[in-house]
Ligand binder design. Sequence first.
Ligand SMILES: [Zn+2]
Length: 232
Amino acid sequence: MSGGAAPAGWWREPDDEEGEAPAGPAEAPAGPAEVAEPAEAAGADAAGKADAEAPEARPRPGPRPEPRPGPRPEPRPEPQPGPRFAPPRAGGEVSAPCWNCRAPVAPRDARCASCDCARTHALLVCTEPCLELRHGPGPPLRLGRHPDWAPRTAAAFTGWNKVSRRHASITVEPDGTAWVEEPEAGSRNGTYLNGARIAAGVRTPVRDGDQLRLGLRVSFAVRLYGPEPGTG
Ligand SMILES: [Zn+2]
């Protein structure tokens, strides 16, 4: 007699109670981050061009039934038709395409002469939110939702409240080693390297192939590209 429907609200996500500290409502919840927008000027420029000229020349069999509401599929950027670089054969030295602009870079060059990007860098790839970050030696790359503290990543993490406003930073040294560190204050939901939580305020080495996770869900695959050709 006293049976009946399951109690409403019995289903909860396990980590829902962890929110970000009571730092007030996230400022400007501008909707789900749509993606890593122009991270770096040079790269964004090329990408924009590719988008613009992708022609869609598919013969349509007939009138479409009904435009569906919802995200419109973007024209797929086609493989760039740009000039093809034949590797020079002089002295058995083979240039590899620059990771940023695809111009040929000789093995002994530490930087790309065309775009001035360092050969040594870390690549962080996250699928949700969709985010690809390349970062070379110099000041740390900060991961967080605070637009001033983490200008390169804050927009992408909008709405990802399990990512702290000042979550963690990545440093790449000229020798190709990379490090992750949480601020002294730590992050609420933790930073994990291959599943192990790192201690706040401690520089922790990151290796090629590692998995770096912010909280439970935001996970980066890390690739390291060292100063020598062929590494990483
Ligand atoms: Zn380049």
